[in-house]
Design a protein around this ligand. Structure first.
Ligand code: FES
Length: 105
């Protein structure tokens, strides 16, 4: 991935923008990256990478090399993530009425 590829695909927030935010605002927690264009507040797919970028800004060792990550693959993997997430939510929604019926009897 290059610097201008979006890390957060939901809100089109690039790695360059996140790195700049980290340098300028020096957040204390990774979750504060949500203030950078809403990064990480959509589907959640990018949160592990945001956490890695935050860790790097804190001079902590990280195990991810974003330069070697293929952007097309990153997008495709997110598609799989969204499908699995949707299936999980649908399954949970379908199970709720039965549980509610059992609780009311
Ligand atoms: S890709 Fe960042 S929240 Fe969805």
């Amino acid at each position: 991935m290059n610097l201008d590829d979006p890390i957060c695909l939901c809100f089109r927030v690039s790695r360059r923008k996140i790195i700049s935010y980290l340098r300028i605002h020096q957040p204390r927690f990774a979750s504060q990256l949500s203030e950078c264009g809403g990064a990480g507040t959509g589907c959640g797919w990018c949160i592990p990478i945001l956490q890695q970028l935050f860790a790097r800004s804190q001079n902590q060792p990280i195990d991810l090399n974003l330069d070697q990550l293929d952007f097309q693959q990153y997008q495709q993997d997110r598609g799989v993530y969204l499908t699995l997430k949707s299936n999980r939510e649908n399954k949970r929604d379908n199970e709720l009425p039965e549980q509610e019926e059992q609780n009311s009897t």
